[in-house]
Design a binder for this molecule. Sequence first.
Ligand SMILES: *Cc1c(COP(=O)(O)O)cnc(C)c1O
Length: 506
Amino acid sequence: MKNVPLRRTPLEMNAEEFRRVGYSLVDRIAEYLTWINDRSNPITRAESPDQVRHLLSIEGLPATGMPAEKLISKATQLLFDHSLFNGHPKFWGYITSSPAPIGILGDFLASAVNPNVGAFALSPMATEIERQTVRWIADMIGYPTTCGGILVSGGNMANFVCFLAARKAKIPWDVRKEGIAKSKRLRVYCSSETHTWIQKATDIYGLGHDSIAWIQTDDRQRMVAQDLRLKISEDLKNGCVPLLVVGAAGTVGTGAIDPLEEIASICKEFGIWFHVDGAYGGFAAVLPEASSDLKALRLADSVAVDPHKWLYAPLEAGCALVRNREALVDAFSYHPVYYHFDDHADEELTNFHELGPQNSRGFRALKIWLALQQAGKDGYIEMIREDCRLAAELFSALVRYPDLEPLTCGLSIATFRYVPAELRAKGKKAEEYLNKLNTEILSRLQSSGKAYPSNALVKEKYALRVCIVNFRTTADDLMQLPQLVVKIGGETDAELRSREYKPSSD
Ligand SMILES: *Cc1c(COP(=O)(O)O)cnc(C)c1O
């Protein structure tokens, strides 16, 4: 290399320094991966916000710089000593997966190249990798691979993108120009088990959440198609404009799958956009044994899935798929004068800024693209199947514990609660107490660092909820949970009962 004078800046790192700091960081991450596989290590230290805040310097932004080596070492220590580890084999909370190690490396590489995946010209290889990733995702869940699709930050954003495609396609005037002030009668339909993204979407995009028609669910938390039909018919009689129906491919609470096939035919009959929220369960459609209802997501006008859930990609990664690619372009495309991105007019060219709300876009696809190939479709079938099998195994093991009441089991989610024998079927006061008791049991479980379930509300019952999107969990890990709940449940009940439960007032 010629001896050119280099600009000296505080952010530059020469190759030697980068290598030294980088290698030692990789060593620390490798140690961490060994560490979490030791089951006896805690999932969390359950420190309070104050405790965590005090670990950071109270001083303001430093005026002068510091060496990278020292900073990376300090950040590594802070994070490895004071985080909650969803990569731990006993983490089963919410729907946050253990991140695939190849995804960790993928994000590292992606940020090194730093392509702006808003336009092909700025990210030639990254754009094509994202296109291929989207096609593979569609293929995996049995959705037409000719669909349009884009990676976004997560399930909420993926659902928003599909929502906006539906809004553009189904509102009978130019909504992108005129907005929605024209009509107060736009309607969207979803079950009462739907994730809060639908409130956010109707709120953010101007419909307001009064536009939501909440459809009843049956005793398995599935949408009642008959009620959907009824509400649509009433709305039509009253001059409303039905925009879309949201069907769940795995509800966030209990993993319920709506009768997607029936919903599809109702949507077809009335000309309504059929959207499937598969943020949690969509990828389970890859299983050959998936139910026909789950597989019916192939009939939807749009589907949201979440690679940072069941593809085990590190946060963040969601994916919106829209059957008719043009509907996606129609909803988002602009051609500003300051973009000169259409050099290959004779070839099919993807500028992702035209397919979604973002302008500059990071390279989210790489971590997914790598993991999909590392495991292959068969590898994913095996992992997703095992996650579901483990939840079912836990659920059937619960009958052996007289103080545990099994509640639901769907996909890889099992819910149950702690009920001391003498409080079973005792009426309203007892039920209120049981909800308090199980709330407290969950807090104690989570802060124990020994297991990390979360909660669900199942027909007014506060339930402990185990959701396995974790390729490290074994049957052994899981089978220790009932015993732990019985122990913590007994202790908590002994402390709370006399204070919180007055049977005489029942
Ligand atoms: C997780 C989830 C969402 C939201 O996804 P994020 O990635 O958290 O934004 C939406 N719907 C369902 C059914 C989910 O499980």
